[in-house]
Design a protein around this ligand. Sequence first.
Ligand code: NAD
Length: 246
Amino acid sequence: MRLKDKVAIITGGARGIGKETALVFVREGAKVVLGDFDAAAGEVAVQEIRSLGGEALFFPVNVSDPVQVRAMVDGAVENFGRVDILVNNAGITRDAFLAKMTPEQWEQVIAVNLTGVFNCTRAVAPVMIGQGSGRILNAASVVGLYGNVGQTNYAATKAGVIGMTRSWAKELGRKGITVNAVAPGFIITDMTAKVPEKVLDMMKEKTPLSRLGQPRDVANAYLFLASDEAAYINGVVLSVDGGLVL
Ligand code: NAD
């Protein structure tokens, strides 16, 4: 029970890495608030957690809208009294080669992956400052560290998330709040479901551990960073990529 009675908000918690993180957190004693764009999938995730005896709430939210984000954070505090952990996990891709990337594709990814992380952290930080404690965990990516062909927008946002993580680690550390990022490699979720078999094989080959990542691999990293064991870790970017060399 490494997160006994902790309250965690997990954005993009309806599926993939976010949902797996919620399941792992609940198993460790946390109460979870899932915020997601997809209300149907979010309700299914909450029912699944409750059927396992966990406490969970769902809020339909577009993280790029600060008003909806505020309602989610207020709802978490009203229902559970505090927010100990924020996992800024919601993210999207809109891939295209540079010359073909539309301004809409650029803006959409910035709005969710970058502005969304800003909105959620900005709304939660005062609650954590009031408590004198908190953990903020951000979804970066190996693409934010090394770049990738066809992912100008995504790479920019994930590099931005790393910049925000390090800035907030400095700014909020003095208030008892740690801020860290996780940089997953290639993880099998809906986000990567359409990747052709040939590319999957190539990714496996480039990964020293010779397998693709599972949502649980990333969820376990979030669990560690949210736990008491990570109390003195602040401002790091933890790669969870099997040693992937991009
Ligand atoms: P996913 O597509 O399986 O799930 C993402 C969830 O976020 C979905 O439930 C979706 O509805 C939700 N979401 C999307 N836009 C939203 C918005 N505007 N507001 C609220 N919710 C929104 O993705 P995943 O693979 O689980 O990825 C989770 C995070 O991990 C993302 O930030 C992603 O960039 C990052 N990541 C994933 C991989 C990978 O290989 N899967 C690698 C590196 C980083």
